[in-house]
Design a protein around this ligand. Structure first.
Ligand SMILES: Nc1ncnc2c1ncn2[C@@H]1O[C@H](COP(=O)(O)OP(=O)(O)O)[C@@H](O)[C@H]1O
Ligand SMILES: [Mg+2]
Length: 207
């Protein structure tokens, strides 16, 4: 059997702390002697980063199906060029967003065809070993996004109703895949949330 690493994804809405926790997780796994790759979606490979710009910059009001397919095109590139080679080399891949984000944002948030998204997810053919879903109350997430102070991207600008549908989507996705997904309260300090994530990983892979 070929040595295979572990594929860990972080999911959740804007301001839930994914990028912060992905970085802390990658640092901690590296410090523990694991070979780690930290990556993100959309993006994570040269072609996928070009698609990311198209998706996040605005300027095009994509039809939901077109947007879904662009996310999957980026994902197929990311999996083929970056994630699979790393896993085959035995690395632990920490990925900031993956297929659940497409289901939550396009499927639940924008009412794209959820069965089609599930089919495309199957076609990509790579299921995370563990998905950490960060959940924070709406007001905290909104305050963090304001504090971050960066220019809002297309998704940041979509308004509270959209983000409520996305949050409900993440909860439904996690409930439907309880072996893969763990929902974590992300409202505490970054250090406390990080400790919770490390405890989950330690329980899952005790060696
Ligand atoms: N646990 C936390 N408590 C307070 N602020 C946080 C916490 N985690 C992240 N932040 C801050 O909130 C903002 C959004 O966090 P980020 O990790 O970028 O979230 P996401 O990637 O989910 O949008 C950043 O400014 C970050 O520094
Ligand atoms: Mg982020």
């Amino acid at each position: 059997m070929t040595a295979r690493g572990r594929f860990i994804t972080l999911e959740g809405g804007e301001g839930s702390g994914k990028s912060t926790q992905a970085r802390l997780l990658a640092e901690a796994l590296g410090a523990a002697g694991r070979p780690v790759l930290l990556t993100r979606e959309p993006g994570g490979a040269p072609g996928a980063e070009r698609l990311r710009s198209l998706l996040l910059e605005g300027g095009v009001d994509w039809a939901p199906l077109a947007e879904t397919l662009l996310h999957f095109a980026a994902r197929a590139e990311h999996v083929a060029k970056t994630i699979r080679p790393a896993l085959e080399a035995g690395m632990w891949v920490v990925c900031d967003r993956f297929a659940d984000s497409t289901m939550a944002y396009q499927g639940y948030g924008q009412s794209a065809d959820r069965a089609a998204i599930a089919t495309l997810t199957g076609l990509v053919g790579l299921v995370p070993d563990l998905t950490l879903v960060l959940e924070v109350p709406e007001e905290i997430a909104a305050a963090r996004v304001r504090v971050r102070g960066l220019a809002a991207d297309r998704y940041d600008r979509l308004g509270p109703e959209f983000h409520r549908r996305v949050a409900a989507g993440f909860r439904a996705i996690a409930a439907a895949a309880p072996d893969r997904c763990v929902v974590v309260d992300g409202s505490d300090t970054p250090e406390t949330v990080h400790a919770a994530l490390m405890a989950i990983i330690g329980r899952r892979w005790p060696d």
